[in-house]
Design a binder for this molecule. Structure first.
Ligand SMILES: Nc1ncnc2c1ncn2[C@@H]1O[C@H](COP(=O)(O)OP(=O)(O)OP(=O)(O)O)[C@@H](O)[C@H]1O
Ligand SMILES: [Mg+2]
Length: 457
């Protein structure tokens, strides 16, 4: 650990921050799941900008502590010693003082949501500054926060004094799968994708993988080790966000166990059905869970979306007894099997990204994209082009397939399509698979990992 990895992607995010800066005065709000790479992004941006700036990392403490912390950052980073000597009582006065001395300052307050939680009045103070002083300066103010609930409620929400005032609101999402090859340039493509399966696009966990490790070492050191950093991670993430994480944890466990309908989740968790929508939509807002509504249906179901929650429930937790008994070899082997089983679901997510990428680069057109599920007929993915009356049907398979299997899949897809309202449209059949042995059969397009836009190290 500690090795600072090559910085990957985030081109759009950097551009958005640049635009905010060019249009200064500007207030930007950057938020997103813990560990998503917000701090690194902002520091990278400051580094590229090369202009003098203040970066303050707020702490989960009271107002005084954060005010004096920010003041001493200003003193040290901008060489304004006077900030060390004044005792500020509100954030607006502090920032006004800075604006009067350096009207073109760039100020980043990281973990602003901790500050808000410690002293909710801080948003009102900031609003006073943003309304009264900021417009007559050339300042750039960037607020960063990882408590998504606090950010969306107390900072960006309609009840917040800051509502509607940020010029840039940016949610930092996990990295796209295509970058995993850059994060692990020495792993082969397939194993790099497996590591993506374990950690998703969340750079923090990838950064723990040391140079030269193979998949085995990743599993041994980071997944089934008694000291696995994943052990308390989910609980930490939930505790950070919620005062009472218990119902949320139970719901995620239910989802991991394949309970996808509200009634099933209720039965599994003991939480009354009428309370579940609120919990589920909070989990959805935070990115932990997702509602899936297939095309051609109104009835949806819920699925687990967070990669760390998935790895925890599907791999780490079931292996705890083996791990605790010190049976490392067995645990590594089992972890491999469990991961391979989980990859089906991971690969389907990657396949959706791939199809979105194909559309964004003009390789395919659709007006609607989603699963098909009606009356017992299920199709992994349909990309429907309503204008051209063309439907692309996809089967997604992490396994390695040969020509004959591809042909069988294609025939099956064709049969399923005849049970949809698209039976008379033009049909294009696709198989997305890890690898194809042999030649692609006629009449079906086979896409493999090699066709996907993974970045070449
Ligand atoms: N774009 C990136 N490319 C490579 N590594 C990255 C990238 N973004 C973040 N990282 C690495 O991932 C780790 C976590 O990133 P960072 O600390 O920026 O996340 P964060 O969102 O600020 O997390 P927290 O919410 O815990 O504060 C760090 O080791 C960082 O170097
Ligand atoms: Mg951070």
């Amino acid at each position: 650990m500690g090795v600072s990895r090559r910085f990957v992607d985030r081109e759009e995010e950097l551009r958005a921050l640049d635009e905010c800066f060019s249009a200064r005065p500007c207030l930007a709000v950057v938020y997103g799941r813990r560990r998503a790479g917000k701090t690194r992004l902002v520091l990278e941006w400051l580094g590229r900008l090369g202009a003098p700036s203040v970066y303050y990392h707020a702490v989960p403490a009271g107002h005084e502590v954060n005010l004096s912390g920010l003041a001493s950052s200003i003193s040290q980073q901008m060489g304004l010693g006077v900030f060390e000597r004044i005792r500020f009582e509100t954030l607006d006065v502090l920032l006004e003082t800075l604006a009067s001395m350096k009207p073109d300052s760039i100020v980043v307050i990281d973990e602003f949501t901790y500050w808000v939680r410690g002293e909710p009045r801080v948003t009102g103070e900031l609003q006073r500054f943003v309304d009264h002083t900021l417009p007559s300066t050339r300042m750039t103010l960037v607020l960063v926060g990882s408590l998504v609930g606090v950010m969306m409620g107390s900072v960006l929400g309609s009840g917040s004094p800051l509502y509607g005032r940020a010029r840039l609101k940016m949610r930092v999402e996990p990295l796209k799968p295509w970058y995993v090859t850059l994060l692990h340039p020495r792993l082969g493509l397939e194993d790099a994708v497996r590591v993506y399966g374990l950690f998703g696009g969340i750079p923090y966990y990838h950064a723990m993988v040391e140079e030269g490790w193979g998949l085995r070492e990743v599993l041994e050191r980071l997944v089934v080790s008694p000291y696995t950093p994943l052990k308390d991670e989910l609980i930490f993430l939930l505790r950070d966000e919620f005062q009472n994480p218990a119902p949320y944890y139970s719901i995620l466990e239910a989802l991991a166990a394949g309970k996808t309908r509200v009634s099933e989740i209720s039965q599994y968790t003991g939480i009354p059905v009428q309370h579940l929508p609120r919990y589920l939509s909070t989990l959805e807002m935070l990115g932990f869970a997702e509602r899936v509504v297939p095309l051609g249906s109104k009835r949806g179901w819920w699925r687990l979306r967070d990669p760390i929650a998935r790895t925890w429930f599907r791999i780490v937790k079931p292996l705890q007894p083996l791990i605790e008994a010190g049976r490392v070899e067995e645990a590594v082997e089992k972890a491999r099997e469990l991961l391979e089983r989980m990859m089906g679901e991971v690969f389907e997510e990657i396949a959706y990204e791939y199809v979105r990428w194909m559309a964004s680069t003009g390789r395919l057109r659709y007006t609607r994209l989603g699963r098909w599920a009606r009356r017992g007929t299920e199709i992994d993915m349909l990309a429907v082009d309503e204008e051209a009356r063309t439907v692309h049907a996809f089967e997604v398979k992490w396994g390695v397939i040969d020509e004959r299997e591809a042909e069988r899949i294609a025939r099956r897809l064709e049969a399923k399509l005849s049970e949809t309202p698209y039976r008379d449209w033009e049909h294009k059949l696709h198989v997305i698979t890890r690898r194809l042995e042999g030649e692609p059969p006629p009449g079906v397009k086979v896409h493999t990992l090699n066709d996907m836009p993974f970045k070449r190290p």
